[in-house]
Design a protein around this ligand. Structure first.
Ligand code: FE2
Length: 341
């Protein structure tokens, strides 16, 4: 994903499909300062499944292996590549058996207004060509979804965010950022900017959150902020995230002190372990299912096939950030990295 040196996030509706966030996507950070709706000893946050059926099978098996009071939240965009009716039906029926939030994809599937395109709210560092292809993927997915009015209605009823408590830590679970379903304020690109770090710290105060768990922006980042606050973005559960890999990433937050069987990196704060877990799935099957729907030359093939088969240019070390001390004199040092890539 190419970046410009100029950093611009579109946060208001300007009528450009795929670039803007409709007003209905927005919420106030202070709205997250509410009583938790979910209490767990171990919480899995699964964002960006993108219709990957083998990845869905893997995440269900992973969570089932955890003992104790375990919860799993699909925080949006569990649909994307699953434009075949069977895949659409299976993914949605399965995910909707669990706690789920609407991502921009589900929100656009539930509604009849196509003006927002894919609803991704893409910033300027994403090319027009890529945004156009995302809108094209969304159109095919809309066509499929029209045959499933019952599922569309259920998607439209899903919440935009959720507040959980794990141990004594308050966890605000969102799809985008603290202000918008499709916000990019928790993207690894935005978090390179000290002004955005300061803004994120303010969001923690407004939401009374110890941890924010997000997704949407397709690349993982784990960011420790002053005061022991932690922002963790899992990137994508259903696509490779890192260089030369073919696994997804999910977030595990646990008060049990029992670590996951394997993790990419870990932060310990507020009495909980916050881990980025590799989500291994049957990559051969996923590639076959992807090609069945998205052959060479199709929009999704052009945008995602290389990533699905070879990973990204992003390294695990780039995802790990620590900002200690007062905002404005930020310094970084590496957190514990358990499986360098
Ligand atoms: Fe999204």
């Amino acid at each position: 994903m190419a970046r410009d040196s100029q950093f611009t996030i579109h946060d208001s509706w300007s009528g450009r499909p795929g670039r803007s966030c409709p007003l209905s996507y927005r919420y106030a950070p202070v709205s997250l300062a509410r009583e938790p709706e979910l209490i767990a000893d171990t919480l899995y946050v699964v964002g960006g499944l993108y219709g990957n059926r083998p990845a869905l099978a893997s995440v269900l098996a992973l969570a089932a292996a955890d003992t104790g009071r375990t919860a799993m939240v699909f925080n949006g965009d569990f649909n994307w590549f699953n434009v075949d009716p069977e895949g659409f039906d299976y993914v949605n029926r399965t995910v909707l058996e669990h706690v789920a939030l609407r991502g921009n994809v589900e929100t656009e599937l539930a509604g009849d207004n196509a003006e927002a395109g894919c609803g991704c709210g893409y910033p300027d560092w994403v090319s027009d060509a890529e945004v156009g292809r995302s809108n094209a993927v969304m159109e095919r997915l809309r066509d499929t979804a029209r045959a499933f009015p019952g599922l569309r209605e259920r998607l439209g009823l899903l919440p935009l965010n959720l507040v959980a408590r794990v141990g004594s830590a308050r966890v605000a679970i969102v799809h985008g950022d603290a202000e918008s379903l499709a916000g990019w304020g928790f993207s690894q690109e935005a978090l390179e900017n000290p002004d955005q770090i300061a803004k994120a710290s303010h969001w923690f105060e407004e939401a009374r959150a110890d941890i924010f768990a997000s997704s949407h922006t397709c690349l993982p980042v784990a960011c420790e902020l002053p005061g022991g606050r932690v922002l963790v973005n899992n990137g994508a559960a259903g696509m490779p995230n890192f260089r030369a890999t073919q696994h997804g990433v999910i977030t595990r937050i646990s008060a049990t002190r029992v670590p996951a069987a394997s993790s990419l990196y870990t932060i310990e704060a507020n009495g909980v372990r916050i881990e980025a877990l590799p989500l291994h799935y049957d990559a051969t099957r996923f590639e076959r299912e992807f090609l069945d729907s998205w052959p060479p030359g199709s929009a999704a093939h052009l945008s995602y096939y290389a990533r699905i088969t070879r990973g990204t240019d992003y390294g695990v070390g780039q995802a790990i950030r620590r900002h200690a001390g007062p905002i404005g004199s930020i310094r970084q040092k590496p957190l514990r990295q358990e499986n360098p890539t």
